[in-house]
Design a protein. Sequence first.
Length: 261
Amino acid sequence: MRYDALGIGDDDLTLGKEFLLEISKKANFPFLSSNVFDEESGSRLFSPYIIKENDGLRIGIFSLLSPDSFLAPGDPRRKGLILKSPVETAQSIVKELQPKTDLIILLSHLGYQKDVELSQAVSGIHFILGAHTGINFVYPPIMNRTTIIQTAPKGMYAGRLDITLYNRELFYYNTLTRRTMEHNLNSLTLRLNDRKTSETEKAQLRKVKEEVERSLKQLHGKNEYTNTIFPLSEQIKDYPHIGKMVETYLSKFPETGKPNP
């Protein structure tokens, strides 16, 4: 699937840090975690960020995992790990990335509410690709000029974010917003040309039309994005060799008898 990076989540640690480290070495893409540290060595478990270059655009990608994602401080998934403050870590990473990059993306496993709090506390993040909460946002919220993207969990949906750059400003607007305004403008024009519309109504409609036209003009030349969410169902092909790999794996763990009700 040509992954560029993977942001560590709480469930990735279900089989322990050693297991996760082992499979990270076999992956052909980097595992990222900016605020997860090894308790024994005091060093980060994985790389804090990567910088990808695409057609001259330098994209910084980092990752955060919330301590609140775990059930309790004694959760076995946290064994041997230290999770540092996401906000303080983000402030440090963004400060380091800003002179080196044009676009900063956070792979967040904080949950939506924590994403909102982080965006208000830390400036300079263009997009937060959030997880853990699992919400489909057709109109992603913008907090402190940071756009927060989320999709539903467990492989039910995929999200596609298309970005069009006209300048190096931090602000990006949703193309659906522009399309809605254009649709409203067409509707207003039709009502203004309708003979049944009274002169009083037309005067009000002209004011609204001028306001919509003013808003559309302000979007001209601004950076834009389109966020598309689509279900993963019939679009996923059945690959027999993958099915065999799954069967081989499951054969190593025979099912135990069903528990009594």
